[in-house]
Design a protein around this ligand. Structure first.
Ligand SMILES: [Zn+2]
Length: 406
């Protein structure tokens, strides 16, 4: 068992410990100490970062009470002259029995403490005011979520957020301890699961009492602030994304920058961004409408001109664009054409989308021919087929002209 020094002292980050074992495996060293201030990944919270013997600690895991520090510790090659004679002699830089110095990344740890203590306040309030339990918790550097087994409305969340921040500002003391069995019997506390063995309790005075294994701040004032970012329905209850402490301040800075950048791009002050975007959307709709009108006018005149120059039973026409106009063009062409309309939209480089239509006859044979001769792909009904073909206008024209299309 590793002594969990962080449980009684969340604030010490520099410490000396005895190495109980140091095993090399898969390019890293797994170090077990007699005690540690490194919090392992546990209780939904990511593990501490820092260094051990000057080497980066990349992971900290707990199993059966033993805390394993995964250290990116290079093996030393040939330190002595004798060693260097043997090319492959390697030795771990950390040895069992030695005293080693550990340093926990305080910035990262303190931000996690702020976030976790904020969660206890919020969950305590949810339990007291609504009777819902906190059934899920996740905390990593970039996201934090709290799950509750009942539905909290937008208004509930706003109310709880205000009360949580009031609790923060009132600066309630927070303490963590292992109560005796007798004391534990007299206490009513929250817990995510049924616990066995000694139970560590964390109390936010006058607000919450909860079983927890994680380091906390000394008093709620150290959290600074807490903000719910979003709310979603989750497994019959709600999941809330939240932020607090220094991370909330960083988040606020990033949000302000985003708003500032958007305002600059739109040449408006922040409070004018929404109306500027609404105007852009409207302008865009208007432009699209005009574009469609212009395309249709072009198609109308092209069909009219082509047909009056060379009236034909079967009609072939090439149009620019991505094919969005094909349906409209087919309806227009039907006024002139008594047989089959074959319409192609696109260009030689990207290929063509096409529409074959004959309200009074079949286009099946023509489609089969396009497939065999030009490897076209598509389908539809006896009277109407749409598809795509990778061929040049010349190849398509040659084939269809042969069949009497003009
Ligand atoms: Zn906790």
């Amino acid at each position: 068992m590793t002594e969990r020094w962080y449980e009684t002292d969340s604030y010490t980050t520099d410490f000396d410990a005895t190495v109980l074992s140091a095993e090399q495996a898969d390019g890293v060293t797994k170090v077990v100490l007699n005690g540690t201030f490194f919090f392992p990944e546990e209780g939904g919270q990511s593990q501490d970062r820092g260094t051990l013997g000057g080497f980066p600690v990349t992971d900290v895991q707990i199993k059966d009470g033993v805390i394993v520090h995964i250290v990116a510790c290079p093996t030393r090659v040939g330190e002595t002259a004798a060693d260097s004679m043997q090319e492959k002699t390697t030795a771990c830089a950390i040895h069992a029995g030695e005293t080693i110095h550990g340093t926990v990344d305080w910035d990262f740890r303190f931000k996690n403490m702020q976030m976790h203590s904020a969660e206890h306040i919020f969950s305590g309030l949810v339990f007291r005011l609504y009777g819902f339990a906190n059934v899920g918790f996740h905390l990593s550097e970039n996201s934090a979520t709290m799950d509750y087994n009942g539905v909290l409305t937008e208004e509930d969340v706003t109310r709880l957020e205000m009360l949580a921040n009031r609790t923060i500002i009132e600066n309630h003391p927070i303490r963590a301890w292992y109560p005796s069995e007798e004391e534990l019997k007299t206490l009513s506390y929250r817990s995510k699961k049924a616990l066995t063995g000694p139970i560590r309790l964390v109390e936010v005075q006058d607000v919450d009492l909860c079983a927890c294994c994680v380091p906390h701040v000394r008093s709620t004032g150290e959290i600074g602030c807490m903000k719910i970012l979003s709310r979603e329905n989750y497994k019959g209850g709600v999941r809330l994304h939240y932020i607090g402490g220094f991370r909330a301040i960083e988040h606020y800075g990033a949000a302000l920058k985003l708003i500032g950048d958007a305002g600059q791009r739109l040449s408006v002050k922040p409070d004018g961004i929404v109306s500027a975007i609404e105007k852009l959307i409207l302008d865009n709709k208007e432009l699209n409408y005009r574009l469609v009108e212009a395309e249709r006018a072009t198609v109308d005149s092209k069909i009219r001109d082509t047909y009056s120059a060379a009236p034909s039973e079967n009609f072939l026409l090439f149009l620019p664009g991505d094919g969005a106009i094909l349906r409209y063009a087919a309806d227009t062409a039907e006024q002139y054409c008594t047989g089959t309309c074959a319409l192609f939209a696109g260009d030689d480089e990207r290929g063509y989308r096409y529409l074959l239509e004959n309200p009074n006859g079949s286009v099946t044979e023509l489609q089969a021919l396009l497939k065999t001769e030009l490897a076209a792909r598509g389908g539809g009904t006896e009277h109407s087929v749409s598809g795509r073909v990778t061929a040049t206008e010349e190849d398509i024209s040659t084939l269809l002209n042969r069949l009497g299309f003009r």
